[in-house]
Design a protein around this ligand. Structure first.
Ligand code: SAM
Ligand code: SF4
Length: 467
């Protein structure tokens, strides 16, 4: 009782927005059960790492943190919890090589974590369930929190704030040959519309606070276009149908975004809905991954370069002001000079507003892991640098073409570079800075785009406040 560290936690989140949303849920649960966040890991009774396995670099970083916390354990007492994709993928390895991890939590048992942390009773009960193993700690880890089982969506994923990530699906059925996600997150499950709508309503009326409510919601799924909810009494709900149910419940001005769209599943119905519905941001993140049909096929993406380009044309024709961003994966096995050139050409042709660029690394368990990783690291790096440079130039050119426009922005915070300036984002997910008071954070404004600083717009405010 007198331990000042009692029920204090430190949470580190790695990887994608889904992980951020799931950490949001965890924080909500912890704080509702009396847990308090602390400023440094040294002050915490429980340290939680929410991990990522998509790339080796992410895992290496987390192994580094595990080393750090191992050393910390010599100085003081705390409980170390590892959750998320890496716990799922490397269960055996972590149990063997990192015995200082007190609790391993896979992707299907996260909802039980707070209960287990909270109740010492639950700890021993779990150990008992494991069949009276000699080492209750190990029995506990193995018995419980790594079991697959049915996925359960949390009911809420954020504590407060005017922006929220909201998972509508979990898992993925696509099995792109390079990707670990379907193995660590399992098959696609769509969340019920009732649960999604209930979370949105809760976000609009922040509990016990005079907060300004929600201004931006990002719906999350590995492939939101394949969202398909099957109601118990029969009947199905598609992604566009879900959006049509969400829009009318949005109070005041709220931006609605979604991530990620798979090019093979993006329908005309969805494109037309984005064009027609003002609440839907005119921004589509549409990962192309590569520009060569040969490589796209080997990646198992199930579309061709021609399909992608045709899709882009249809999108741009229907939604003229749309901003398109993408993911590009360089150095996949067998990628020759010609394949690589085709990727640069596609980038030139499409003129993406922005791109996340990655260098392929083999993930054990995926189909591509069986292929020879035959593009030398130095060549992968060289190609990736060229891709990054090209995208930087394209981004600047595209943005230069927008100078002089008056656009709506959501003010997110204070600029890191200048405390007198505010940082905001456009519907197209572009960053804008302009002078203004922090009182405006969390509101919409209208600004004129005046110049570029790197790839950030500098602007002047035309109209402040929500409208
Ligand atoms: N579901 C999204 C889609 O289909 O585009 C992407 C999710 S994935 C977690 C995010 C990005 O990580 C992918 O678009 C891909 O470019 C990259 N990625 C996935 N596996 C990778 C690997 N083995 N090596 C490097 N990058 C990888
Ligand atoms: Fe991975 Fe492909 Fe699924 Fe995206 S669609 S999560 S890249 S398997």
């Amino acid at each position: 009782m007198n331990d000042p560290k009692r029920k204090t936690y430190w949470l580190e989140t790695y990887g994608c927005q889904m992980n951020k949303a799931e950490s949001g849920y965890l924080e909500y649960e912890l704080q509702s059960h009396g847990w308090v966040p602390v400023q440094t890991p040294e002050e915490a009774q429980t340290v939680i790492l929410n991990t990522c396995s998509v790339r080796k670099t992410a895992e290496d970083r987390i192994w580094g943190r595990l080393g750090f916390f191992k050393a910390q354990k010599k100085n003081h007492t705390f409980r170390l919890v590892l959750m998320g994709c890496m716990s799922e993928r490397l269960k055996e390895e972590i149990l063997n090589e990192a015995p200082h991890v007190d609790l391993l939590v896979g992707n299907f048992q996260k909802h039980r974590l707070v209960d287990v942390l909270d109740h010492e009773d639950a700890f021993s009960e779990v150990a008992a369930e494991a069949g009276g193993r000699a080492d209750p700690q190990l029995a506990h880890q193995e018995a419980h929190l790594i079991d697959p089982g049915e996925y359960r969506f949390a009911e809420r994923h954020s504590l407060s704030g005017f922006q929220a990530f909201l998972p509508i699906m979990h898992g993925c059925n696509n099995f792109c040959t390079y990707c670990i996600v379907p193995y660590v997150r399992g098959s696609e499950v769509s969340r019920s519309p009732e649960s999604i709508l209930a979370e949105i309503l809760r976000l609009q009326v922040p509990e016990g606070s005079a907060g300004q409510g929600i201004r931006e919601i990002t719906l999350l799924g590995q492939n939101v276009n394949s969202y398909l909810y099957r109601a118990q009494g029969g009947g199905t709900l598609t992604f566009p149908a879900l959006l049509r149910r969400i829009v009318p419940v949005l109070q005041d001005r709220t931006w609605l975004r979604f991530l990620t769209s798979h090019p093979k599943d993006m329908s005309d119905e969805l494109i037309e809905l984005i064009a027609a519905e003002p609440a839907l941001c005119r921004h589509i993140h549409l990962p192309v991954q590569h520009g060569s049909n040969r490589i796209l096929q080997a990646m198992g993406r199930k579309y061709t370069r021609e399909h992608y380009l045709d899709l882009v044309e249809r999108i741009r024709k229907t939604i003229p002001e749309v901003s398109l961003t993408t993911d590009i994966l360089i150095g996949f096995p067998g990628e020759g000079e010609e394949d690589y050139r085709l990727t640069l050409e596609l980038m030139q042709q499409v003129q993406f507003e922005d791109a996340f660029t990655y260098r392929y690394n083999p993930r054990e368990g995926t189909r591509a892991f069986e292929l020879k990783d035959d593009v030398p690291e130095s060549l992968k790096q060289e190609r990736l640098s060229e891709v990054i440079d090209l995208q930087r130039r394209i981004t600047r050119e595209v943005k230069k073409g927008k100078l002089g426009r008056v656009v709506e922005v959501l003010i997110e915070g204070v600029s890191k570079k200048n405390a007198e300036e505010l940082l905001a984002r456009t519907e197209g997910d572009e960053m804008v800075v302009f002078p203004g008071s922090p009182k405006r954070i969390g509101t919409f404004g209208r600004v004129r785009l005046q110049s570029l600083r790197g790839s950030t717009f500098r602007a002047e405010i035309i109209e402040a406040g929500d409208f």
